[in-house]
Design a binder for this molecule. Sequence first.
Ligand code: ZN
Length: 233
Amino acid sequence: MMVHFVVFASLWLLAFSGPAVGAEDMPTTKPQVQTRDSQAAMTPATALAALKEGNARFVANATKRRDWSAKVVATASGQYPFAAVLGCMDSRVPIEVVFDQGIGDVFGVRVAGNVVNADELGSLEYAVSVGTKVIVVLGHTGCGAVKGAMSDVQLGNLTGLLAKIHPAVEAAHCGAPQDSSCVTKVAEENVRQSLKEIQHGSPYLAKHFDERTVTLVGAMYDVASGRVTFLEN
Ligand SMILES: [Zn+2]
């Protein structure tokens, strides 16, 4: 009798506990990771769409369930990421999480204020040389680096980094760092500055953009909603 009750209770729980949260992205025996073929099959448009879909899953709290250990094993012999994201170091904007991507899917280049120098350009050139189809510059609301530049913070090596954001502060031409909408405006302008520096700082990348084998886009992440909004060109 007790066994019957336990079985019945279990079935009831199964029936009424609702759908499982998140979609499976792989059969349990064969982890789905980016391969040379799957990467080659993607275009700049499908690569961008994959990032947009991933962020939509993240915002809906319906991220894919992943067997991380299996992905580690499956990617041990190589990586074929379809995207590269230049983002800020901000702890609230982890690239793979906000785009709901797994191991081996995305190159992440992170530096305070998502600024561009030769090291970032070299990193992005490497990403493209191994087949990446889309480069995203991802700024975000409430950016501390942007606020620091607006406040003209002086601190060791940070001073030089913030100097790269000063042109965006001047271009945005708005209020103080206490004004969150102004911080967002400067952060967006800073993304546009980084886009220009990527476009003009690397003949190798520019050739790929011109040939439309790689696309370059800017985006803003909202730390309050989790949503990524891609900028119009
Ligand atoms: Zn930031």
